[in-house]
Design a protein. Structure first.
Length: 268
C-alpha cells in the first residue's frame, strides 16, 4: 500500500508540475456535485455508501477524453490518503466513469476536509488535474437535560395480586436541549428519533430538517410520555461524506435521580 501511495503522489505531483497541465478547481465547495466550465470534465458527483470509503461518478465531455488515475488527499496538509480507481460507468455510458477509493479513511481523516484530484487528458493530449472537494463528516454538539414531571409513582402492593419491589416511574419527563450542528456543506440534513412510539422534537419542535449547512436548534421543556426507566434519543446528520450519529440514553433510577448513561458518537 505504501508503494501505491508513493506512486500516486508522484503521479499527482508530476501532472501538477507539467508545463501543459491545467488545474481545474472545485468552485462549488463541499457539495455533492461539482460542475466545471473548462477542461474535459463536465461534473463529478459523490455517491458514497459508507463514510470510510469514497465513490463517485465522473462525467466527461467527450468519449475520447480520459480520466483514469487520481488520488484523494488531505486538503489542509496536502498528504495523499489513497489512490482512486476508475471503471466505465456502464455498457452504454461512453463518457461516464465510476470512481472508487483504493483504501479506507481513518476516523481522524473523517473529521477533515479532503480533495479528490483526477488526472485527465483530452483527445488532443491536453493535461488537466480536476478537483472535487469532500467535506468532513457532520459535527454534532449536544447539551440536554431530562427531569421528571409530576409525582414519582411506585408499584401498588395492596390487594391479592401484589407486585412489590418493582422500579418506580414518572408518567412524563421534560426534555430541554441545545443542539448545534455543522454539516460542513449546504447539502446536509438531519433526523432524530426518541423512545419507541415517541416523536422527537429536538429540531425546534420537529424530528427532521431540510438541507442546511450549520444551525442551532433549541427545545425547552418538551414533554414526553414515559413510564420506563430508560429514555433514548438519537440524532443522525448526513452529508455527501456519510453520516454522524449521536445516541444518548438516560436512566431513571429513582425520584429525582436521572442520569445520562450513554453518550456515543458513531460514523456510518
Amino acid at each position: 500500500m505504501k508503494i501505491q501511495l508513493l506512486a500516486a503522489m508522484v503521479s499527482l505531483l508530476a501532472v501538477d508540475s507539467a508545463v501543459a497541465s491545467v488545474t481545474v478547481e472545485d468552485l462549488d465547495g463541499y457539495n455533492r456535485e461539482s460542475k466545471y466550465t473548462e477542461g474535459v470534465v463536465n461534473r463529478i458527483v459523490t455517491d458514497s455508501l459508507h463514510a470510510r470509503t469514497f465513490n463517485g461518478w465522473l462525467f466527461r465531455n467527450d468519449a475520447y477524453d480520459k480520466c483514469e488515475t487520481g488520488v484523494v488527499y488531505d486538503e489542509i496538509t496536502g498528504q495523499v490518503i489513497a489512490p482512486v480507481g476508475t471503471t466505465p460507468g456502464g455498457a452504454q455510458a461512453y463518457t461516464v466513469d465510476s470512481i472508487f477509493l483504493q483504501g479506507n479513511f481513518t476516523e481522524e481523516q473523517l473529521q477533515r476536509t479532503r480533495v479528490l484530484a483526477m488526472n485527465c487528458e483530452s483527445a488532443n493530449g491536453e493535461q488537466f488535474v480536476v478537483k472535487h472537494k469532500i467535506p468532513a463528516l457532520p459535527k454534532i454538539t449536544w447539551d440536554a437535560q431530562l427531569v421528571g414531571v409530576g409525582p414519582w409513582n411506585t408499584p401498588d402492593c395492596s390487594g391479592p395480586a401484589q407486585h412489590c419491589g418493582g422500579a418506580g416511574w414518572y408518567n412524563q419527563v421534560s426534555y430541554t436541549s441545545s443542539l448545534h450542528i455543522n454539516n460542513g456543506t449546504k447539502d446536509g440534513y438531519c433526523t432524530a428519533t426518541a423512545d419507541e412510539g415517541a416523536y422527537s422534537k429536538v429540531f425546534n419542535g420537529y424530528d427532521s430538517t431540510p438541507l442546511f449547512h450549520t444551525n442551532h436548534f433549541a427545545a425547552s421543556d418538551v414533554i414526553y410520555n414515559s413510564n420506563s426507566r430508560i429514555f433514548r434519543q438519537a440524532v443522525s446528520c448526513n452529508n455527501p461524506s456519510g453520516t454522524t450519529e449521536r445516541l444518548t440514553v438516560w436512566e431513571i433510577t429513582g425520584e429525582n435521580d436521572i442520569n445520562l448513561v450513554v453518550d456515543h458518537t458513531s460514523y456510518k
